[in-house]
Design a protein around this ligand. Structure first.
Ligand code: G3P
Ligand code: CA
Length: 239
């Protein structure tokens, strides 16, 4: 049965990568949540998609140039400001603490493609272990070297490879890097692709599936999960 991961929370209806977006995902019955992690100047893990705060907050500048305390000055609700007032950029730790007593799955995407944050992998893994969430977390990244490192450091935490362009026999590549999942751009998928990945014990979780027609197609292809900004809609389509 295909699982539904709320992409950046319920990002189609609520401010992405904020606690209210995650609460909404749980409220509508998503199976899991996807979020993005960057690191501040003082080494704190924060949940934000971009390397800069320009698009999603009322501030401007690079995440890496602010301390966590400084980042708290900015409102992370951007286009939903009239509806939700003020909302801060969450710490990864806040999300882990909240998710811990729930049964939600969690996909933590490491945003280390453009910036090589110092010890990002080590810090994320340490925090997952502290909250004993190893069995409910999937780590992913477009940086496949980083995923191979994560697997070496913590073989008990699932890793997955994100990618945009078609890859040659990606299920073999995934196995080589110790990854148990492929997170491809949905256009690179076919039913045969899913069958071959499954034959190699590799899970397939495409992104980002927002339209009803596409949701139906992915459910028919029997992918393991979809990432969607509209978890409520996906739940209704899946029924
Ligand atoms: O993990 C799936 C998806 O989130 C990857 O792309 O840019 O939305 O982080 P992006
Ligand atoms: Ca992401």
């Amino acid at each position: 049965m295909t699982k539904i991961f709320a992409h950046r929370g319920s990002a189609g209806t609520h401010p992405e990568n904020t606690m209210i977006s995650f609460y909404e995902a749980e409220r509508v019955g998503a199976d899991g949540i996807e979020l993005d992690v960057q690191m501040t100047k003082d080494g704190k893990l924060v949940v934000i998609h971009d390397e800069t705060i320009d698009r999603t907050t009322d501030g401007t500048g690079w995440v890496k140039d602010f301390t966590y305390q400084e980042l708290q000055a900015f409102n992370a609700v951007y286009k939903f400001a009239n509806q939700y007032g003020v909302c801060r950029i969450p710490l990864l730790e806040e999300v882990l603490e909240w998710i811990s007593p729930t049964s939600l799955l969690l996909n933590i995407e490491l945003k280390n493609g453009l910036i090589a944050y110092h010890k990002l992998e080590e810090k994320v893994i340490e925090m997952i272990k502290y909250y004993r969430l190893e069995s409910r977390v999937i780590l992913s990244s477009f940086n496949h070297n980083s995923m191979a490192r994560c697997h070496q450091m913590a073989p008990d935490i699932a890793t997955a490879l994100l990618y945009m362009e078609p890859l040659y026999q990606p299920w073999q590549y995934a196995r080589l890097l110790g990854a148990s999942g492929l997170h491809p751009y949905y256009r690179t998928l076919s039913p045969l692709f899913v069958q071959k990945a499954h034959a190699n014990q590799i899970a397939v979780r495409p992104f980002t599936i927002n339209h009803e027609r596409l949701m139906k197609q992915m459910f028919e292809h029997r992918v393991d999960a979809i990432f969607t900004d509209y978890p409520l809609k996906a739940k209704q389509v899946k029924k």
